[in-house]
Structure formats: structure tokens, C-alpha cells
Design a protein around this ligand. Sequence first.
Ligand code: GDP
Length: 197
Amino acid sequence: MKIRSADFVMSNSNVINAPKERIPEYAFIGRSNVGKSSLINMLMERKDLAKISGKPGKTQLINHFKINDEWFLVDLPGYGYAQISRKKRTIFQYFIENYFKEREQLVCTFVLIDSRHDPQKIDIEFMQFLGENQIPFCLVFTKADKLGSSKLNKQISAYKKILLDSWETLPMTFLTSSSTGLGRKEFLDFIGGINED
Ligand code: GDP
């Protein structure tokens, strides 16, 4: 798939205000600093498309972008901020859970994982939440340029092993680097392929 246009549509804190248009939607989520904004910008070949979500006060929002006038890319807030208060965390969980439960046009969620980090409880729990709610997701390993291939394979195997404790089949996996562009073609072909079906 070629990216012909990528436009910011709107930011919301509540899914009921999200765009009503019934076009396929793909969501990006992961722990803060996982490389989500960089990945979105790399995929869309835009320097600061995802920067909108990085503006102070706007970080806790659901950001919709319309791609090629055909599908929505949704930039969800990063989870797992140690500094965030318990009250804020509960509100955050509530509106994110609502997003996943309410958004019927959601085709796939991309759960971003920093390739350098060992499996983290918060990521596994989040995937379990998606699984329990039958929300399709793919695993996206970011910052692959930071590791050698044997270490990278080890990290991915560690994740797969944990997931196989809970599931019979593994989610589709992408290996990406925003620095080198690794994974861009596979990623866009995957979305393009689904949209054509
Ligand atoms: P976000 O908080 O998930 O949106 O993360 P950012 O996209 O802002 O990235 C967090 C940090 O990781 C920044 O310093 C980026 O430059 C860096 N980063 C993101 N992706 C990559 C990557 O693929 N390779 C490398 N080497 N650094 C990356």
C-alpha cells in the first residue's frame, strides 16, 4: 500500500465522540516511550504526524488520523507510566477499555513492544485483556536496530513462549525500526491486504 494522504482528524478523551464513519480502523498502543510516535511517522512517511499526541495535555487522548481517505489510524495513549496517580490510572483504564469495547470498526490493534526489554507484566496483561474481549491484535517489536539479530530472536522467542502459556496460536509479529524503515513494507502490505478483502 502506498500512503497518498495522512490527515489528523480529531482527538477525543471519550470514544463516544470518535468519528462515526464506518471505515476500517487500526489502533496503535504500547508503553510510554516504546517508539509509537516514531513508528507512526515512519509508516506514514511524515515527520511529525504523530506529534499532535505528544503535546502537553494531549497525551491522554484517542487521536484519529485518516489515511488515503480509506482507513483510520488511531494513536492511543501510552500505558504504564510509573508516575501517574492511581486515580488517573483508573480513569485511563476506563476510557481505553471503553474504546476497545465500543469501537466496532476496529480491525486490528498493534501492541508495541520495545525489542530491548524482557517481557513486561503490563504488556502481557494488556494482551490478555484484548484476548478476553476478542479483539484481534498483532505484536510489533520496535527499535530493532538497537539489537543484534541473535539477541533480537531471543527477545521475540521469550515473548512467544509466554503467550503460548495462554493461547494456542500466536499473534502475527512485525519487526520494525523507525531509524532504518525496517518492517514498513510488511506492515503496510498487511493493512492493505485486509482492506482489500
Ligand atoms: P512514544 O512515547 O512511544 O511515542 O515514543 P517515541 O516515538 O517518542 O520514541 C521514544 C524514544 O525512542 C525517542 O528518543 C526516539 O528517538 C527513540 N526511538 C523510537 N523508535 C526508534 C527506533 O526504531 N530506533 C531507535 N534507535 N530509536 C528509536
